[in-house]
Write a protein that binds this ligand. Structure first.
Ligand code: MEV
Length: 422
C-alpha cells in the first residue's frame, strides 16, 4: 500500500478521526514548540522517529494493528511476519496481572529496635493507607509492608527498614501518584518510629504487574523440523550465555520499546524492569522460553513486568500517542500490556528464526541499501534504482552508491539532451 492507502485503511478500520489522521501525517500541526517547552527543560526542538504499523496480530481472539515507533529497518516486517505465522494456529494467548505497583520509603536512623519500629508501622497501617489514599480518587493504595535491609555496598551503611506501599494504579502507569503517596506518608512514618525517611519513590521493578504470553508456531510455516531444532539451539544459547541473552532480549525489546514509544509509555522503566526480571535467578537469561509441542511445532512463552498506562502522563497530552492508542483500540492498561508481550514474543521468534536460517542481513540490507543511496545524495526514483544496484552487486556502501549516482545522473542527462535534439 502507499502511505495514503495505509492511512485510508486505518481510517476505515479504527476510530481514528480526520484530525487524528492529520496529526499522524503532520505531527507539528498539533504539537507546537510551546508544548515541547512545557514538557522538558531547555527545549530546542523535536526529534522525529518513523511511525509504522505491524499487522496480523491475533491476540486473545482479537486482531490488532500495532503502531510502532522505531528507526531500525526490518523490525516491523519481522514482527508482522511472525504474527502471520502465529495466526495460522491460534495467534497469541496473553494474560496480565492486576496493575499493582510498589512505592518505597527508606527508613533510617531508628532510635528504637527495627522490630518495634516495624510493629508501630504495621499497627498504624490503616491510617497510613488513608493518608496515601487522600492523594488520589482512582489510584488506590491497597496494602503496606515493611522489610529489613542491610547495606551490601563497600560503604557498609548498616541496617534500614524499607516500607512498601502496594498500589493499584488501574489504567495508569502510576509513577507520579505513587511518588506523591510515598511523600505523603513519610512524615507519619517518621512520627511513628522517630526515624528519618530518606528516599520516597516508585519501584520500577513491577513484579506484581507481570504479563504473560504464549503462541504456537507450526513447524511447516517455520520452514520444517530442522528450523525448529535450530531455533531450540538458539534458545539454548540465549538461556545459557549472558553475552547471547543480552542480544536475544535486545531483539525482544525492539518490539516492546517501539510500541511503548508510539503509545507514550515510559520505555526506560519497562526496559529496566525487563532486564532485572531476566536476571531474577541470579544469572541474566532469555526473557522467552521455547520448546517443542508433541506435534513437533514450536511453542514460545514470554513473561515480564509491564507497567504501562492508557491514562495520565504523556498519554493524555501527546497527540500522536493518543492516535496510536486509538489505532490499537485498547480499553485497559492490561490489554496494552498483553499487546506488548505479544509483540516481544513475535519479535524474538522472527529474529531467532532468521538467525537460525538465512541470517538477518539479507532483510536488513534491503532497507539499509535505500538509506545508503539517500546518504550518497540520491533523490526520488534514483533511490530505488541505486539501492537495487548496490544490493544486486552485494556492495552496499556509500562510495559505490555515489559512483552509481554519478553514472545514472550522466545517463539521464544524456537521455534528456537526446530527446531535446529529437
Ligand atoms: C537486532 O536489532 C536484534 C537481533 O540482534 C536480535 C537477536 O539477535 O536475537 C537480531
Amino acid at each position: 500500500m502507499t502511505r495514503h492507502e495505509r492511512l485510508l485503511y486505518l481510517k476505515k478500520t479504527t476510530t481514528l478521526s480526520k484530525r487524528d489522521i492529520a496529526v499522524i501525517q503532520h505531527p507539528l500541526l498539533a504539537f507546537k514548540f510551546d508544548d515541547i517547552n512545557r514538557m522538558i527543560e531547555n527545549a530546542i526542538g523535536i526529534l522525529m522517529i518513523p511511525l509504522g504499523i505491524a499487522t496480523d496480530f491475533l491476540i486473545n481472539g482479537r486482531e490488532y494493528i500495532i503502531p510502532m515507533a522505531i528507526e531500525e529497518p526490518s523490525v516491523i516486517a519481522a514482527a508482522s511476519k511472525a504474527a502471520k505465522i502465529a495466526k495460522r494456529t491460534e495467534g497469541f494467548t496473553a494474560e496480565a496481572d492486576k496493575s499493582l505497583m510498589i512505592g518505597q520509603l527508606q527508613l533510617l536512623s531508628l532510635p528504637i529496635s527495627k522490630e518495634i519500629a516495624k510493629q508501630k508501622i504495621l499497627i498504624n497501617k490503616n491510617e497510613l493507607l488513608t493518608i496515601a489514599n487522600s492523594k488520589s480518587r482512582s489510584i488506590i493504595a491497597k496494602d503496606l509492608e515493611v522489610r529489613e535491609l542491610r547495606d551490601k555496598s563497600q560503604n557498609n551503611m548498616g541496617e534500614m527498614l524499607i516500607v512498601e506501599l502496594i498500589i493499584d494504579t488501574q489504567d495508569a502507569m502510576g509513577a507520579n501518584v505513587i511518588n506523591t503517596m510515598c511523600e505523603a506518608i513519610a512524615p507519619k512514618v517518621e512520627e511513628l518510629t522517630g526515624g528519618i525517611v530518606n528516599l520516597k519513590i516508585v519501584s520500577n521493578y513491577a513484579t506484581r504487574r507481570l504479563v504473560r504470553c504464549k503462541a504456537v508456531f507450526a513447524k511447516n510455516e517455520l520452514g520444517g523440523e530442522n528450523i525448529v531444532e535450530r531455533i531450540l539451539y538458539a534458545y539454548a544459547f540465549a538461556y545459557s550465555d549472558t553475552y547471547r541473552a543480552v542480544t536475544h532480549n535486545k531483539g525482544i525489546m525492539n518490539g516492546i520499546d517501539a510500541v511503548a514509544l508510539a503509545t507514550g509509555q515510559d520505555f526506560r522503566a519497562i526496559e529496566a524492569a525487563a532486564h532485572a526480571y531476566a536476571a531474577r535467578e541470579g544469572t541474566y537469561r532469555s526473557l522467552t522460553k521455547w520448546y517443542k509441542t508433541k506435534e513437533g511445532d514450536l511453542a514460545g512463552e514470554i513473561e515480564l513486568p509491564m507497567a504501562v498506562g492508557i491514562v495520565g502522563g504523556i498519554v493524555s497530552v501527546h497527540p500522536v500517542a493518543k492516535a496510536a492508542l486509538k489505532i490499537l483500540g485498547v480499553k485497559t492498561s492490561n490489554e496494552l500490556a498483553m499487546i506488548l508481550s505479544a509483540i516481544g514474543l513475535a519479535q524474538n521468534l522472527a529474529a531467532i528464526r532468521a538467525l537460525a536460517s538465512e541470517g538477518i542481513q539479507k532483510g536488513h540490507m534491503k532497507l539499509h541499501a535505500k538509506n545508503v543511496a539517500v546518504m550518497a545524495g540520491a533523490k526520488s526514483d534514483l533511490v530505488d534504482r541505486i539501492a537495487k544496484r548496490i544490493t544486486d552487486e552485494n556492495n552496499i556502501n556509500i562510495t559505490r552508491a555515489k559512483e552509481i549516482l554519478a553514472l545514472l545522473m550522466k545517463v539521464d542527462k544524456n537521455r534528456k539532451k537526446l530527446s531535446k535534439s529529437d
